[in-house]
Design a protein around this ligand. Structure first.
Ligand SMILES: Cc1ncc(COP(=O)(O)O)c(C=O)c1O
Length: 341
């Protein structure tokens, strides 16, 4: 392990290494590259996902500071918020969610799980998306003040735990992936993953660079229709995380690959190609993707294979970042209804 990461406080929330599995039937169906799936949907915290690795460092830091209450944010079907709620339960901390009203606000999927984990949930309707992050931060800080006045010691975790301590979890994951590829004698040139706030991509790029592994990390944006903004976030988080970990590596915007063509109408709105991708992976590999992140990322991978960006000679690791509980909130969009007639 990178020595500065080994020195960070860490709590154990997940099971590692997560499996790295061949997706032969998917690869054959696409006539494309060798596809390997990294199963971070199986981290084991709540119903799994990429936040587990981030929260191991973020929550350990909170614990060390005597925090007893966690406040965080996301959309109403946020996976990050649910994994934070689960981590809070495991560590005996209260959790409060300040969520943005998304496509599904019924008590299904992740919102149902918030109830099971006993979080307090406040769902806000933010009319102007450009105001969203500042509005949520303001609301979270107000709630933190209120809780402090009641004698609690709260910590506000930004959306997606996209902070250097969170990204450090993914620097560590880069080493885990590198080790598994070596052990399984797989020569992968790419990792393809969904890009939300960019912490996972930033951490992986930093880890691969530090370890001198020539693997291109390709982000499929599910958040920003302007890839320049997504790339900017990766570069900023990369630099802040490298500083935190005292690693002497740098990245330029030109080295960061993000595609912004697969979002459809917007964050959280399922696309037809996303639905097709979810059903294809389910029916070839028995693996469930999610409607908000990995379904769209897989739709991106499929389209990029069609466009010749990835050829049969390549080996691609698809990072399954979780999100599966949302499948149940999106049941109307996902079901063909043929099975039920
Ligand atoms: C399932 C899933 N995939 C990907 C992401 C995006 O991760 P990041 O914010 O690190 O880009 C998230 C987080 O919001 C998520 O829940």
């Amino acid at each position: 392990m990178i020595s500065s990461i080994a020195k960070l406080p860490r709590v154990s929330l997940g099971n590692y290494p997560t499996p790295l599995v061949e997706a032969c039937r998917l690869s054959a169906a696409l006539g494309g590259p060798r596809i390997i799936i990294k199963r971070d949907d199986l981290t084991g915290l709540a119903l799994g996902g990429n936040k587990c690795r981030k929260l191991e460092f973020v929550m350990a830091d909170a614990k060390q500071k005597g925090v007893d209450t966690i406040i965080t944010t996301g959309s109403s079907q946020s996976n990050h918020a649910v994994q934070t709620a689960a981590a809070g339960c495991k560590l005996g901390m209260e959790t409060h969610m300040v969520l943005v009203k998304g496509v599904h606000i019924e008590p299904q999927g992740n919102l149902l799980l918030q109830d099971v984990f006993n979080s307090s949930v406040n769902i806000l309707d933010v009319a102007d998306p450009s105001e969203m992050f500042t509005t949520m931060l303001k609301k979270m800080n107000e709630l933190a003040d209120e809780l402090r006045s009641k004698g609690r010691n709260p910590l506000v975790i930004p959306a997606g735990a996209d902070v250097p301590l969170g990204a450090a979890g993914w620097v560590n994951a880069a080493e885990e992936i590198g080790q598994q590829l070596k052990e399984q004698k797989i020569d992968a040139q790419y990792v393809v993953l969904p890009h939300g706030g960019g912490g996972t991509q930033a951490g992986l790029i930093l880890g691969f660079k530090q370890l001198k592994l020539p693997i291109n990390v390709v982000g499929i944006s599910v958040m920003y229709k302007k890839k320049a903004k997504a790339i900017d976030e990766v570069v900023t988080l990369f630099s802040e995380t490298a500083k935190l970990l005292a690693l002497d590596v740098a990245v330029t915007p030109g080295e960061v690959t993000v595609y912004d063509d697969y979002i459809g109408q917007g964050y959280g709105i399922i696309t037809d190609d996303g639905i097709k991708a979810i059903r294809l992976v389910a029916q070839t590999e028995g693996i469930l993707l999610d409607p908000v992140y990995t379904g769209k990322a897989m739709a991106g991978l499929i389209d990029l294979i069609r466009k010749g960006q990835f050829t049969p000679k390549d080996t691609v690791v698809f990072l399954h970042t979780g999100g599966v509980p949302a499948v149940f909130a999106y049941h109307q969009e996902l079901a063909t209804h043929e099975t039920f007639s």
